[in-house]
Design a protein around this ligand. Sequence first.
Ligand code: HEM
Length: 420
Amino acid sequence: MSTPTVEPHDIAAKAFWAQHPDARDEAFARIRAERPVFWSGPAESDLLPPEENVHGFWSLTKYADIQAASRNPKVFSSAMGITMEDFSPEMTEIAQSFIAMDAPRHTQLRGITMDAFKPGNMRKLEGWVREHARDLIDEMAHLGSGDFVDLVAEPMPGRIFGSFFGLHEGDQHEATIRAAQDLLSWNDPVVTGGVEPLEHFVNCVMTLRLTAADLAEERRESPGDDLMSWLVQAEFEGEKMTDDEIGAFFVLLAVAANDTTRHASAGMLYAFTRFQDQRRLLCEDVPGRVEDAVEEVIRWVSPLIHMRRTALSDFEVRGQQIRRGDKVVLWYCSSNRDEEYWGNPFDFDIFRSPNRHQGFGGGGPHYCLGAAVARTTLKSLMSEIFTRIPDIEAPDPDFLVANFINGIRSLPAEWTPEER
Ligand code: HEM
């Protein structure tokens, strides 16, 4: 077996993720060229004490390797955690639901949720998404300037989540959305306000789980027309979800749907600010080009930077021997720029075709369950924005320091105000 070597580009270090995204892209290009499958020591972590944070990890950075691993769950398991950083097993259990499970339990639980997301229900959900996009742009279009994250990117997924689950306006809505928005920001002191990272994480999870328990009880007694009512009734092969499973799924959705959508929306505006030629092309025919533009936004932004698997048996990738029990990280931010797969991968090109990006995963059983909702969200926002305030510019993002979400903390924007 070859001895794992630590790369000079230390993606396990927080400092790597504090770089500008362009610098990270350059580092990954070097990694793909020099050693596309490589070993790193334990990721710097705020969640585990150093004596427990002992596991290094393999990185897969090539499109083909990530696709193959994603579609081979018998070797590449999700059950031991899905992030480069380790969580304690208890945290995985209460917070991650079936995204951190393998078959047959994953198949069963995903099957039940698919029943809740059946086509008739999806049409309702997508209708709500379009309404929220219209409302938010109505509220900001006349202003002429403001922070796009505060005005649109952050409230959009919050409103969507609130309406999907029929959250009660007021305290329940506010506390739940805040917990969903803050959950992944345990290493951002601005968000935690001095609370220890692990305590911050547990507080957010417990807030979400309490809301889920209340809502599930309420909707069992008097069902409405919302996702929680559909979830408590949903079945797969005669089985329903327990309250505990519903609680964990609620946390998973809160996280999966929130930060990804927020940062994809902010990244979208930043991309169209950087690539003015692409904005002109989109604005020439918004209805005809918006769907392709959405795919290119997801590829170019890669809002979810990585997912992790754990090898269930020894396996060789590009001559590197991965051993049973090793952690393996799939870097979508890299595969979506892999020059062996893509022509001009660093260009933002809304006419890219085909555009089989890995922004929603590399295929296989864990492929993003919310891809349709995410696409509708971005399509609705882009349609509203580029027909109503097409000259909006946001050249100066303040990037989030994170290795899981490719994020923008704030994005000051200016545009010609819409007349009221
Ligand atoms: C731009 C927005 C989004 C991006 C980039 C994104 C990306 C991803 C990725 C990369 C995965 C993992 C795929 C894998 O491991 O193979 C995933 C899983 C998942 N996503 Fe999304 N997602 C987005 C929005 C959403 C939304 C809006 C929802 C819910 C309505 C959602 C729900 C989920 C769920 C439940 C899973 C776990 C699926 C499973 O394990 O079977 N996502 N997403």
